[in-house]
Design a protein around this ligand. Structure first.
Ligand code: HEM
Ligand code: HEM
Length: 160
């Protein structure tokens, strides 16, 4: 792929915001799966409470939508991240999102179906990592918008 697109497609933009909203909900309500999981591990119950089902469905949806986004990224491409260290930082940050949003749900599924506290602890490490990545990502987006005034935020608003 030699020619990079000038912007994101309407589908890429829609998927970005849907996944962002789902991830934020998952972070806010993540602990809701706890009661069901404890019942599963400690009492051998099925553990499928309403909150547990919502967490599992939300998490699997994120995994599928991120795989779809990854395919679009590889087939259609994404616009240039920028030059120098700043572009490199953006590239690393974006790929880090893909990595964690694929690994975290898979580890969550392994914890649930393996009824394993140890694997659940591994899965829970995704929380601070994601919060850190999102914080840096949002600060970078706002820095581009308000300080550099280069219209970068519009790339995730207007398809091109
Ligand atoms: C909360 C979860 C979020 C995740 C997981 C996320 C993830 C990503 C990823 C992976 C990209 C790279 C483009 C792609 O591959 O589609 C991207 C681009 C972008 N995101 Fe987010 N994002 C989130 C939230 C936000 C928020 C809240 C904002 C606005 C303040 C934002 C603004 C942008 C912008 C402007 C770009 C384009 C950057 C560029 O073209 O270099 N994102 N995001
Ligand atoms: C990207 C998707 C996901 C995110 C962002 C996410 C996020 C979270 C968060 C924030 C917590 C609470 C951590 C804490 O209490 O400190 C959690 C716990 C948990 N999640 Fe996920 N999750 C995702 C996908 C999944 C999936 C698909 C499953 C599959 C069943 C799952 C199973 C679990 C389990 C078993 C726990 C541990 C409950 C406990 O030990 O009390 N997660 N998750």
């Amino acid at each position: 792929m030699s020619v990079r697109p000038l912007g994101y497609s309407a589908l890429q933009i829609r998927l970005h915001w849907i996944v962002a909203a789902l991830v934020i909900l998952q972070l806010i309500f993540g602990e809701g799966i706890g009661d069901g999981f404890d019942a599963r591990v400690d009492a051998g119950a099925s553990g499928y409470t309403g909150a547990a089902i919502a967490h599992i469905v939300g998490g699997v949806l994120i995994l599928l939508l991120v795989l779809w986004r990854l395919r679009l990224r590889l087939v259609r491409g994404v616009p240039e991240e920028g030059a120098g260290m700043q572009g490199l930082a953006a590239k690393v940050g974006h790929w880090a999102f893909y990595a964690i949003l694929i690994v975290a749900p898979l580890v969550g599924l392994a914890a649930w179906f393996g009824a394993s506290e140890e694997i659940a602890e591994l899965h829970e490490m995704a929380k601070p990592v994601l919060i850190g990545l999102i914080a840096v990502h949002v600060v970078a987006a706002l820095y581009h918008h308000f300080i550099l005034k280069d219209g970068l935020l519009l790339r995730m608003k207007r398809p091109q």
